[in-house]
Ligand binder design. Structure first.
Ligand code: MG
Length: 375
């Protein structure tokens, strides 16, 4: 009996891989450093086996951050099709290595393929990814990223998020004007003395500006300071990291396991942003193991996921003590007008609960997909 069940579960030759671009409008436009975003244009990656079992994941191209576009994600999935089709889902660890051998970079495309393969495999087994990974926590506290705006407006947005959704952790975009940026932090801190606050400069300051900002906000209890200066300016980064008095948070300087290792060991990054969107479950496991070994705190980072990506992030982030210690950056879905899954993720009292379903729990609403797909 056991043998029969096992052979059924593993008989899952992958028949096809699809990359379907979709676009969901935002409730309001949001201002980032390089752009104003009015809609989320992401890619649904779907792998289907010969029995019709499906695994899904969300690829999130960010041309200005990772150099990937919707078109490049589609092209990447097309190019690596021979590595995936005809294989068994349980071969995922080897497939992931072969994806890297077949195509350098393109991390968001390859990360999504990895997550879709895992989703397919655990669905076939009839178990949840979260429990299979470790199942440590059943929910995570959530943070929200606040876009640029006048200090009073940004503080008002933070207050509304707390009042309406119970969110008490905020990533504040800075890196444009030291005085105004510090004023924004000061206002939010004044209104929310107990909130977890951190500042993301997106490489926007030079070293003197970064040090000045850190000095001004020194009494405001910033949890960490994200990408204060251009990551490649290693002298500036090292100086800021060593004397600014705030722990440095590595985001774009830590996009791969190799970069995480290099930056943490060099002392230029103290807290690591782990984004499944750019490294998949496999890369996430490598980063988690490294950070636990050397004692670098982990924050589950966001690339602006809809429910599909958040469900994968929750499955992984809530699975381990080290990845559930700090608020996960999954508040972006509040900005979306709609979603692609049958049962969209909700934030209740500042937390997201792990989906109890099989795989990551993401079940695509085919009507919604038809409506929002742009291919
Ligand atoms: Mg960032």
């Amino acid at each position: 009996m056991t043998t029969e069940v096992t052979s059924q579960a593993t008989a899952s030759t992958i028949a096809r891989i699809e990359a379907i671009p979709f676009r969901i409008p935002l409730r309001q436009s949001i201002a980032w450093k390089q752009s104003v975003e009015t809609e989320a244009e992401h890619v649904l990656v779907r792998v289907t086996d010969e029995d019709g079992c499906v695994g899904v994941a969300e690829a999130i191209p960010r041309p200005t951050i990772h150099g990937e576009t919707t078109a490049s994600v589609l092209a990447a999935c097309d190019l690596v099709r021979p590595v995936v089709v005809g294989r068994q889902a349980w071969e995922r660890p080897v497939i992931v290595q072969q994806l890297d051998a077949a195509l350098v970079a393109n991390h968001t495309a390859k990360g999504a393929i990895d997550c879709a393969l895992a989703d397919l495999w655990y669905r076939r087994l009839g178990v949840s990814c979260h429990r299979s990974f470790g199942g440590y926590a059943d929910s995570l506290p959530i943070s929200q990223t606040l876009g640029f705006g006048a200090p009073a407006e940004v503080a008002a947005e933070a207050r509304a998020l707390r009042d309406e959704h119970g969110i008490a952790a905020f990533r504040i975009k800075v890196g444009r004007d030291v005085a105004a940026d510090a004023d924004t932090v000061r206002r939010i801190r004044r209104e929310q003395p107990d909130a977890l606050l951190y500042a993301d400069a997106n490489h926007g300051y030079n070293q003197l500006e970064a040090l000045r900002f850190a000095r001004i906000v020194g009494e405001l209890d910033l949890a960490w300071f994200e990408e204060p200066v251009p990551a490649d300016q290693v002298v500036a980064r090292e100086r800021v990291a060593s004397i600014c008095g705030v722990s440095i948070y590595g985001d774009e300087s830590c996009t791969t396991p190799r970069e995480v290792g290099r930056e943490v060991l060099a002392g230029r990054t103290h807290v690591v942003c782990l984004k499944l969107a750019r490294m998949g479950f496999a890369g996430g496991e490598r980063v988690r193991g490294f950070c636990e070994t050397v004692g670098a705190p982990i924050v589950m980072g966001s690339q602006g996921e809809s429910s599909i990506g958040v469900l994968a992030g929750m499955a992984f982030g809530a699975a381990y003590p080290s990845t559930s210690q700090y608020p996960a950056e999954y508040g972006f879905l509040l900005r979306l007008t709609d979603d692609l899954v049958v049962d969209p993720v909700r934030i209740v009292n500042g937390r997201i609960h792990v989906d109890p379903g099989v795989g990551t729990g993401a079940v695509i609403d085919e009507d919604k997909l038809s409506h929002y797909r742009i291919d």
